[in-house]
Write a protein that binds this ligand. Structure first.
Ligand code: GTP
Ligand code: MG
Length: 225
C-alpha cells in the first residue's frame, strides 16, 4: 500500500512535469535543475553565472529552500527575476516538485525568459526522485564532501547530465582524491560530463559558461551558430 501511494505521487508529478515541459518548449526556454547537498555552492555558482551572462541572455531563477529567503535575496541583487519557493509551507519538503515549479512559473513572464535556473533544495537524495520539466539536471558536488559521494548517493549522479565539482580552490586543504571522485562518478554514470570549478576564485567558470551557452544555442540558435 505504501509503495502504491508513492507510485501515485511520482506519476502525478510526472504529469505536471510534462505540462511544465510543454510550456518551457513553447516559450523556447532552456531550463536547468541544480541539485546538491546543502552548501555545495549552488547559489554562489548562480551568482557568478548571472554576473557573466545577464547582458547576453534573459535569465530567471526559481529558488527552492525549506525556510528563509536568503538565497533569493542574494540572487535578486543581480537584477533578474527570482521566484522563491519555501517548502516549509508544503510541510517542509526536502525537494521541489513539478507542481511547485508550475506555481512559481505563473509569477514569471515566460515569453521573456531565455534561461531558467531552478535551484533545488540542498539535499543529495530527495530532489533526484522528482522531475520538474527541466531540460538538463546538474549535480553540484563540493570537493569538501569527499570522493565517495557518487557511490554512496548514486541516483542523483545517475540521472544528471552534468557534474559541477565546485570549490577546487580548496584542493590543497582537503584529503579528497579528485581522480577517484571522477572515477566513482563515471562508474555510476558513464555519460556524466564533469566540469571542475571554483565559484570563489572563478577558476574553471568559463568551461561551465561555455557548456551553458552551447546548450542554449544547440536548442534555439541553430541558424545563427
Ligand atoms: N572556498 C570556496 N567556497 C565556496 C565556493 N562556492 C561556494 N562557497 C561557499 O560555500 C558556502 C555555501 O555556498 P552556497 O552558494 O550558499 O551553497 P548552496 O549549495 O547554495 O547552499 P544551500 O542553498 O544551503 O543548499 C558559502 O559560504 C560560499 O561562499 C568555492 O568555490 N570555494
Ligand atoms: Mg543556495
Amino acid at each position: 500500500m505504501k509503495i502504491q501511494v508513492l507510485t501515485n505521487v511520482l506519476k502525478a508529478n510526472q504529469t505536471i512535469a510534462l505540462e511544465n515541459r510543454r510550456s518551457f518548449e513553447k516559450n523556447r526556454i532552456l531550463v536547468l535543475n541544480l541539485m546538491s547537498s546543502p552548501g555545495a555552492g549552488k547559489t554562489l555558482i548562480l551568482e557568478r553565472t548571472i554576473e557573466k551572462l545577464k547582458d547576453d541572455f534573459n535569465l530567471a531563477v526559481i529558488e527552492g529552500d525549506v525556510a528563509t529567503t536568503n538565497d533569493a535575496e542574494r540572487l535578486a541583487k543581480h537584477q533578474i527575476p527570482v521566484v522563491q519557493i519555501t517548502t516549509e509551507s508544503f510541510g517542509g519538503a526536502c525537494h521541489l516538485d513539478a507542481n511547485m515549479v508550475k506555481k512559481a512559473t505563473e509569477k514569471l513572464d515566460l515569453s521573456w525568459v531565455q534561461i531558467l535556473f531552478i535551484e533545488n533544495i540542498g539535499n543529495l537524495i530527495c530532489p533526484a526522485e522528482f522531475v520538474l520539466g527541466e531540460d538538463k539536471k546538474i549535480i553540484v558536488l563540493s570537493l569538501t564532501e569527499g570522493e565517495d559521494k557518487p557511490s554512496k548517493y548514486p541516483l542523483a549522479f545517475r540521472i544528471s547530465d552534468l557534474l559541477l565539482i565546485n570549490k577546487i580552490d580548496l584542493l590543497p586543504h582537503v584529503d579528497t582524491d579528485l581522480d577517484v571522485l571522477l572515477q566513482n562518478a563515471q562508474k555510476v554514470n558513464s555519460q556524466l560530463f564533469p566540469i571542475k570549478l571554483s565559484a570563489k576564485t572563478e577558476e574553471g567558470l568559463e568551461n561551465w559558461l561555455n557548456w551553458l551557452v552551447k546548450e542554449y544555442q544547440s536548442r534555439f540558435q541553430n541558424n545563427s551558430s
